[in-house]
Design a protein around this ligand. Structure first.
Ligand code: NAD
Ligand code: ZN
Length: 354
């Protein structure tokens, strides 16, 4: 499956299939120097394949620490100085091979190296169906996640599904939360469809029909970011589940998507408190339990601590906390939510897990 973005210019293809990596040549062959920035874990798992690829394209492999640790200023400094030691011209390309952390890090390198060189994303996690599309790249600051960054479009996203087969279940769950989020943003039909495909942890572990749902997720995200690349308006909808999610992810150091799934649940409860909605909360809890999301953390949360972290959310303004809420499936809104409502929804959330 393949699609192309529809910006006014600088469009890029997104190729989603097994063996998609064979398309890489097209996007890097005209460059003078090529660098593969690869997540360490991915490098170890696919070393033969990646070394053969690097040899074929006369590319240098730069292996970076696995996951989030690579997104630091120190690491950025070291890597960019290393790259600059190669007498680079603008005819250089950076290929990111890894999950969202690698894509964000390598993309920020590409955006800032000589004021911008060519960049290709090769995502290797489910979550990265989200992060590799839309052009946000960046690293973390000691003041918070993703605070140093840029909007920088890749030349291509090459999503080779063969990489996903080595993902541990916990990473599958983390990525699936964003795929599910995209279905909720799309509407009732998409939500029913995805729930009836991924009916248990076994089915999800087997990645049944995943390519279809990844593609649907990417289309949903693209429809939003093509209209609002710089997050002035509707791009905020992609933060569904993230106000509460980020707070508990930060506080309890749990995987991003595990936290977002709980944030999605909380959002349904808040919507029931604020609007005329009548979401069946137990249905969503049962679904998350069937997929074996770790939900026991909910019991351990304390409102004031979580509230403190929700206050740090980038969507907030001087009038307080703003959340994305679904007025209906497929009908997100961004709205202020007062502390009393947040507290009563929090108490209701915990009451399901007593
Ligand atoms: P990640 O890159 O940290 O990868 C998660 C773990 O999976 C790592 O330990 C990694 O080594 C391992 N891994 C990667 N590919 C694997 C494979 N094929 N087999 C086995 N293990 C593999 O995290 P992620 O969940 O992919 O992405 C999260 C990151 O994405 C965060 O840094 C987040 O800020 C960022 N993000 C960015 C955007 C954006 O728009 N730019 C959107 C969402 C998230
Ligand atoms: Zn997210």
């Amino acid at each position: 499956m393949e699609l192309k973005t529809s910006y006014a210019s600088d469009n890029y293809p997104i190729i989603v299939k097994h063996h998609a990596i064979n398309s890489l040549e097209r996007y890097i062959k005209n460059e003078e120097q090529r660098f593969f920035i690869i997540d360490k874990q991915v490098y170890n798992l696919f070393v033969d394949k990646l070394e053969a690829l690097a040899q074929k394209f006369d590319a240098k492999c730069i292996v970076i620490p696995s996951g989030e640790t690579s997104k630091s200023f120190e690491h950025y400094h070291r890597t960019i100085e290393y790259l600059l030691s190669h007498q680079l011209t603008r005819q250089t390309c950076i290929v990111a091979i890894g999950g969202g952390a690698t894509g964000d890090f390598a993309g920020f390198i590409a955006a800032t190296l000589l004021r911008g060189v060519s960049f290709v994303q090769v995502p290797t996690t489910i979550l990265a169906h989200d992060s590799s599309v839309g052009g946000k790249v960046g690293i973390n600051s000691e003041h918070g996640k993703n605070l140093i960054g840029a909007f920088y479009r890749p030349k291509a996203v090459i999503y080779d599904l063969g990489f996903l087969e080595t993902l541990p279940y916990s990473e599958i769950l983390s990525g699936y939360a964003e795929v599910y989020k995209h279905a909720l943003l799309n509407g009732e039909k998409s939500t029913k469809n995805i729930e009836s495909n991924f009916t248990s942890n076994k089915v999800l572990q087997a990645l049944k029909n995943l390519d279809y749902y990844l593609f649907e997720g990417i289309k949903t995200k693209l429809n939003i970011v093509v209209e609002d690349e710089k997050e002035k308006g509707k791009r905020k909808f992609l933060n569904l589940g993230h106000t509460f999610g980020h707070a508990i992810e930060y506080e309890h150091k749990i995987p991003h998507g595990h936290a977002v799934m709980i944030g999605i649940l909380y959002q349904f409860i808040v919507a029931n408190h604020l609007f005329e909605t009548n979401y069946n909360i137990q249905h969503y809890i049962n679904y998350m339990k069937k997929l074996k999301y770790p939900l026991s953390i909910i019991k351990q949360l304390h409102f004031e601590d979580t509230y403190h972290f929700m206050l740090l959310d980038k969507k907030n303004d001087y009038n307080g906390i703003q959340m994305v809420l679904l007025k209906n499936l497929g009908k997100p809104v961004v709205t202020h939510v007062d502390k009393d409502t947040l507290l009563s929804a929090f108490e209701e959330l915990q009451s399901y897990f007593k």
